[in-house]
Structure formats: structure tokens, C-alpha cells
Design a binder for this molecule. Sequence first.
Ligand SMILES: NC(=O)c1ccc[n+]([C@@H]2O[C@H](COP(=O)([O-])OP(=O)(O)OC[C@H]3O[C@@H](n4cnc5c(N)ncnc54)[C@H](O)[C@@H]3O)[C@@H](O)[C@H]2O)c1
Ligand SMILES: C[N+](C)(C)CC=O
Length: 498
Amino acid sequence: MAKELKYTGKTKMYINGEWVDSVSGNMREIVYPCTGEVITKVTEGSAEDVTLAVDAARSAFDLGEWPGTPAAERGRLIERLADKVEENRESLARLESLDTGKTVEESRWDMDDIAGIFRYFGQLADKEGGEIIQSPNPNTSSLVVREPVGVAAQISPWNYPLLQASWKIAPALAAGCTIVMKPSEITPFTTIRITELAEEVGFPKGVINLVLGAGDTVGSEMTTNPGVDLVSFTGGIVTGKKILKAAADTVKKVALELGGKNPNIIFADADFDTAVDFALNGVFFHAGQICSAGSRILVEEPIREKFTAELKRRIKNIRIGDAFDPETQMGPLISEEHRNKVKSYIDLAKKEGASIVCGGTEPENPPDKGGYYYLPTLISDVHNDMRLAKEEIFGPVITIESFSTEEEAVTRANDTIYGLSAGVWTRDQDRAQRVSSRLRAGTVWINDFNVYFVQAPWGGYKQSGSGRELGKVGLEEYTEIKHIYQNYANEPINWFGT
Ligand SMILES: NC(=O)c1ccc[n+]([C@@H]2O[C@H](COP(=O)([O-])OP(=O)(O)OC[C@H]3O[C@@H](n4cnc5c(N)ncnc54)[C@H](O)[C@@H]3O)[C@@H](O)[C@H]2O)c1
Ligand SMILES: C[N+](C)(C)CC=O
């Protein structure tokens, strides 16, 4: 393995201000997806470690100073973390690529977003002033204040490890919560590193806790432990449903950011070259392992053939390679297991009668034989009733369907259990507004795709989730609303006599 690909960082969990091995002493191998090589082993936690972390977070919240620390002071610490991310941008980006196989350039974009997330929530921390309500009763006052929810359990996926974690860490800390976070067991590096940077910044002991390990052990305890007040989860729909059920017994607040099967609607009057370009960007970044991937193209019938041909031409030029090769445009899939899942959808496509226009196999000459590479793939002759058009593949696969009317485009785009994002391409302003208002998705892009930024809320309609991250509402997710009513009259009402 090349020297630059060696991992020299921490391999432990962080509980109550200490770096610790798991109680069991178990370890887990972490693999570089571009070569399949084991990079290092990290400690593998269990339910017992979660209990310790939740206890630490509970006592830092109930007995510690953090929830009562002036919000401006909390904000300053969070902004210091933003500085740290900026100072460590390159090394964090390289760590992220080592863990995920995404190109280093993509990881650099992620780090810039992440610094912006800590900066935004740091600055927002002291902007929530509460609200005075007009009381209906004389000589009384009514005040609505927001208080931190308490202990937040935060569970993240492998595709954007630090980005998705930062969407949770920053608002939770800004609100005054204490946290127990768990990255995906296969991509822990940058979450370990951000914890180290937070320790340098000086957050009080027990405010930030990090546990490592599998979903069905560590994750499961995080969603059932009575010491947890809120679970914030980003991941797949099957896990999301399990978490909702697991959290029900203790009536935890649950925020879910789940998957998508996102339609990208191209009308014939759209700027053709730009729409093709963004259709590619919409899917093949990070080899399609993006929740908001525009994996279902719905193109207006008059341009279907031309659009398909141009997509095919451009797809064939995509350079697949190692994450650290600056020439690489698309890296591998995260694991052999995940590549097998993607392959199973290609087999299904053939069975369901769809046509593979290009791709649909592993590359003949992969950049490394041990890497989990898969060719960018375009599939046509797809209909809404096929599983291929309904289920999230989460790989470098686009399906293309055509439509004849605006009504048909909207109906078919909405014909999915998901509702995360959607795109509309047209030069007709009225149509752009009509269609976007009818699409049942948390984000709709007009003449663009896959844009997200910290100021705007992010989340899904339907089975793409519940709650929102980012924006002002992303901070509110970590707060409880309290109504404080005061009577100044000091007069008995004597309902029960005197
Ligand atoms: N909506 C969004 O913003 C968004 C963003 C990124 C990824 N995603 C979705 O994430 C999925 C891919 O990520 P993944 O494969 O890591 O998802 P996953 O559901 O397999 O795992 C996500 C996290 O949940 C944990 N987990 C697994 N089982 C658990 C359980 N029973 N209890 C508690 N935790 C458990 C895992 O260990 C991991 O940390 C895709 O579906 C993608 O669309 C959504
Ligand atoms: C939310 N996003 C687009 C950053 C990553 C989804 O997988």
C-alpha cells in the first residue's frame, strides 16, 4: 500500500472526555474501497460502551454547565471547530477519501461545506430569542422559549461520513444538547478526527461522545437506551423503520433522513447540453452513492432518442480510477457487498425487460483488481411498475423513461414511496413553477441538480424521512418548546368558596 494511504490516526472511542477501547476488546478491519486492502483496525463497541457514553452525556446535560452556557459562548466554540476544519481541510479530505473511495476533490468540497456548517450553526446559536405571546388573560404574561432537547444520539451513514455527521453535531451543540454519535462502522476515520479536533477546541467533558461499532448492536442500544431523548438518523429506509419502532417504547423524538428515488424531469425546451451535463453530475458523483441522486430520468418524448444518445456518449468518457489519482472522475463502490447489490439490480433490469444502453458490468480493466469498481450504467425501456424504477439502487445507474404531457411527467415522478428530491428542466417559467409545486419532494431543483447548502432546510417527504436538517429549522429540531405563563394579579378566584 502506498505510504500516503497509511492510516495513522486514533482507533478508539471517546467517552466522557477519554479515548477508550471497547469493553469487549473487539476490533474491526477498515478497508480501502479502491484496492480492497485492510488499512487498519479500529475498536469495535457494543451495547455496554453505548451505556457508558449515554451516561456521560446524560450527566453532562443534567448536572453539567453545557445547557446553561450562554449560547454565544457555545457558538464561539462551534466556530472554533469550523476554524479547525479549515486548517485541516486537506488532511481531512484525504482521510475521507481513504475511507470512502470518493475522489479527493469531492472530499475537499465536502470539507468546505462542513466548515460552513459549523460556522453557520455557531453563529446561529444565540439568535433564537424566544417569543412573547399575547395572553388572553389580564395581568398575565406568556413567553415561549426554546430549550435543548437533552441527550441526542446521532447515527450516520458511510457515503458522506463527516458531512452527514456535521449536519447533526453542529445544531445539537448550538442548541445546548449533549451528544453520542456513531459513524457507519465501515467509515469511522473523519468522525474520529472531528472528535479529536473538538477535544482540542475544549468542549466540556461528556458533551461530545463517540462510539464505534455495528448498527444492530451499538446503533440498536442508542435507539432504545432510556437516557437518550432524541435520535437523529441518516441512512437507509429499512434501518429507518427499525429505528422508529425501537425508539417508540421510550417515546424518543426521532428525525430520519432516508433514501430517495429521485426523478429528474427534462422537458424538450430545456437547454439540452446543460440538462445532459447535470443529469450526469446528478448521478455519477461518488458513483451514485448519494441519497439525492437523480437516478430516474424522465425525458419528454420528442428528445428521448437524442438525450439517450448524448448521455451514452458522455457516460463512456467518464474516467474511473483511484480516489487519489487527480485524473479520476468516479471512484469505486464502497464494498463488495454493495457492488453485489448493484449487480443484482442489473440482473433484475434484464429480467424485467429493460435494455442496458451502456455499462451494466464491472470494468474489463479496473484500476485495481481488488477495488469495487462498476461501470457507469444507463438503462432504457423502463416503466414505473418495474422494481428498477421504484427501489433505491445507490450506485452508478441511471434509468431513462419518456413522457408525453406535463401531467404524465408529474404523475410518474410522484409515483414512488420516496420524496427526497426532484429536478425540472425547462425554459418555460410558468411550467417550472407549476411542476415544482406539484412534486412531492423535500427539495425541487429547477434547471439545476444536487445543490444543497446550510442555509436551506433538507429532508424528505413520504418515506424519505421525517424532520429537517440544516437551516434555522435544523437547529429547532434539537429544541423543546416551553410555554412560561405568569400571573401578576395575586387574587384568588374562590371557585371552591373561601
Ligand atoms: N436523506 C439524506 O440526507 C441521506 C444522506 C445520506 C445517505 N442517506 C441514505 O443512507 C443510505 C446509505 O447509507 P447506509 O448503507 O450506511 O445506511 P444504513 O441504514 O445501512 O446505515 C446507516 C447507519 O445506521 C446504522 N444502523 C444499522 N442498523 C441499525 C439499527 N438497527 N439501529 C441503529 N442503527 C443502525 C449503521 O451502522 C450506520 O451507522 C442510503 O439509503 C441513502 O439514501 C440519506
Ligand atoms: C445529503 N447529501 C446530498 C449531502 C448526501 C446524500 O447522500
